[in-house]
Each structure stands twice: as C-alpha cells, then as structure tokens.
Design a protein around this ligand. Structure first.
Ligand code: HEM
Length: 117
C-alpha cells in the first residue's frame, strides 16, 4: 500500500502539500486504520503494534513541552517564515531543520539540574 501517495492524493485531500494541522481539529477521521485515506499507523494485519501507546505518548510529550516552556524562533523570525519543505530520506524529514528557543516557564526548570521522576 502506498501511504505516501494516499496521503498526497488531491482527489481526497484539499491542497494536500500544505501543512495545515488545523484541518484535523474537528475531524471525525479515524487514524486506527479504518479510514483508508488516512493511515498514519498503517492498517490491517501489519498495523503499527504501538498505535495506542504512541498516540498517547505523543499527546503527553507535546502537552509537556507546551506547558513547561515558552517557545520562540531565533533572530526574531516569524512562524509564517518557517520553511516547511520536506526531504525524502528513510523517513520524511524537514528539509531545513527546525531551530527553536525554549524558555522555562517555571523556576525549578531554570536550574541546571532537572529532576525527573
Ligand atoms: C507516532 C509514532 C508512530 C507512527 C506514526 C508509526 C507508524 C507505523 C507505520 C505506518 C507502520 C507500518 C504499518 C503497515 O505496514 O501497514 C508501523 C509499523 C510498526 N511499528 Fe510503528 N509507528 C509509531 C511508533 C512506533 C513505536 C514507538 C514502535 C516501537 C516501540 C513501533 C513499532 C512498530 C513495529 C514493530 C512495526 C511493524 C509491524 C509489522 O510489520 O507487523 N512504532 N508503524
């Protein structure tokens, strides 16, 4: 199954090459392999075995980063100036690496030693 082509099919997706994550905000799309035009974890017998774990960890990781840090771009760059082009390697990566500056929101994260539990 060519997931790369399916996820870029203009018959299915409006403006498929644009980065528009907000299109999924109020979407009822299923990512568990039941909607065949949206298969980030594959589907059927070869579906990613960590689908449930990975989707929970992704949310937790993103929420932790947003909760604990103020993020900005270097040299006063604006978010709409980011180069979102991709490059095809073993997996798809950003052609220009993302460079961001985190600033800890809470005092205990400003110390050089961060404790984790
Ligand atoms: C957001 C995170 C992840 C995404 C989007 C993802 C996506 C995928 C996709 C698209 C496949 C191919 C499914 C197919 O062939 O139909 C796959 C397979 C697989 N994934 Fe993931 N994956 C993720 C995280 C992980 C993690 C964290 C692990 C291991 C700790 C993992 C282990 C595997 C394994 C072992 C397979 C092969 C399953 C098989 O061929 O039977 N994945 N994953």
């Amino acid at each position: 199954m060519n997931a790369y082509a399916i996820h870029r099919d203009p018959w299915v997706w409006e403006d498929p090459l644009s980065f528009k994550p907000e299109q999924f905000l109020n979407s009822s799309l299923d990512y568990q392999g039941n909607d065949f035009h949206y298969i980030p974890f594959g589907g059927g017998r070869r579906v990613c075995p960590t689908l449930n774990m990975a989707s929970k960890i992704n949310r937790f990781l993103l929420a932790s980063l947003v909760h604990n840090f103020e993020w900005s771009l270097p040299n006063g760059m604006k978010s709409n100036e980011l180069d979102m082009q991709d490059a095809f390697m073993a997996v798809l990566v950003k052609a220009v690496p993302l460079s961001v500056m985190p600033r800890a929101k809470f005092r205990n994260l400003n110390s050089s030693v961060c404790e984790t539990r």
